[in-house]
Design a protein around this ligand. Structure first.
Ligand SMILES: Cc1ncc(COP(=O)(O)O)c(C=O)c1O
Length: 281
């Protein structure tokens, strides 16, 4: 939908590539226009373990927009800043970090996010579009893929997933009680901080991501001996700690510590990791 709504007569878009979801976005956009990869974080090592700095971005003059993924879910790579892209609309896939901390919405042309991490149940997608970017689509765009259709109909052009909306509303109320996104962010910084500290202070566990690009939401880590992965996962499960297996493309473990994961959950993981290291390290 991004190229359909944002190309507006142009034939090129800039994509900053820092992980698996960016790669998929590039594949889709390539059906509609030329994609300039403004930075490929995997170019040297074949792996995604860092976000580029502003001066590493190779932005083109004639791009219709610039796309990036502020938090790459699978690799646990996050941008510590919002890229400056001049007068081009900045488009961001916030799926795995929306509502984890405050953002300055005015810096973005389009923000989009699946709801299933920090908003509510799967099946709901959140899109924030700058008003002047609504309504001009490429030929052949289906009605449902035109942002104007949804904007004009208050997101009720089709039958909306009402129960998912209702649950998202409850989540928003819960966030407000916690002190809004500023309050949530404090908790998230603390949760991730202690987990990364536990990993960094051990020679048994490792996280490959550059210090300034570490995700607050997704913390991948490996064991010194990958042969122990299955034992770790089984022991964790017995301790009530589940879905820690890393994505098959990365291996190892991944602790996804979204807003809904309480701090005690992170504490329990850290305690289990220390115990496991004592036994097997
Ligand atoms: C950053 C990011 N983008 C896109 C997606 C895809 O979301 P969906 O499965 O709802 O299409 C995900 C899902 O994990 C994601 O983390």
């Amino acid at each position: 939908m991004i190229p359909m709504n944002l190309l507006r007569g142009g034939n090129k878009a800039d994509y900053i590539l820092t992980g698996s979801w960016g790669k998929k976005a590039i594949k889709e956009a390539s059906r509609y226009c030329e994609v300039n990869v403004a930075f490929d974080a995997s170019a040297e090592s074949g792996k995604f373990t860092m976000a580029p700095s502003q001066d590493q971005l190779n932005l083109s003059d004639d791009a219709a927009y610039v796309h990036y993924v502020p938090n790459e879910t699978i690799e646990g790579v996050a941008f510590p800043y919002v890229p400056e892209v001049g007068d081009k609309p900045l488009v961001a896939d916030f799926s795995s970090c929306i509502l984890s901390s405050e953002i300055d919405v005015s810096k973005f042309g389009v923000i989009y996010a699946g709801a299933q991490k920090n908003v509510g149940p799967a099946g709901l997608t959140l899109v924030i579009v700058r008003e002047d970017l609504i309504g001009e689509t490429i030929d052949g765009t289906p009605t449902m893929f035109n942002y104007k259709t949804h904007a004009d109909a208050d997101s009720m052009y089709n039958t909306p997933p009402t129960y998912a909306w209702y649950l998202a509303g409850l989540v928003f109320a819960w966030l407000k009680e916690l002190g809004g996104l500023a309050g949530m962010s404090e908790v998230n910084v603390r949760k991730a901080g202690k987990l990364y500290a536990a990993i960094d202070n051990s020679s048994f566990y490792a996280n490959p991501v550059a210090l300034d690009s570490r995700s607050l939401m997704n913390v991948p880590f490996t064991l010194a001996d990958a042969e122990l992965d299955a034992t770790f996962l089984a022991g964790a499960k017995d301790a009530g700690l589940v879905t820690l297996k890393g994505h098959r493309s990365v291996g190892g473990m991944r602790a996804s510590i979204y807003n809904a994961m309480p701090e005690e959950g992170v504490d329990a993981l850290i305690a289990f990791m220390a115990e496991f290291e004592k036994k097997h390290g």
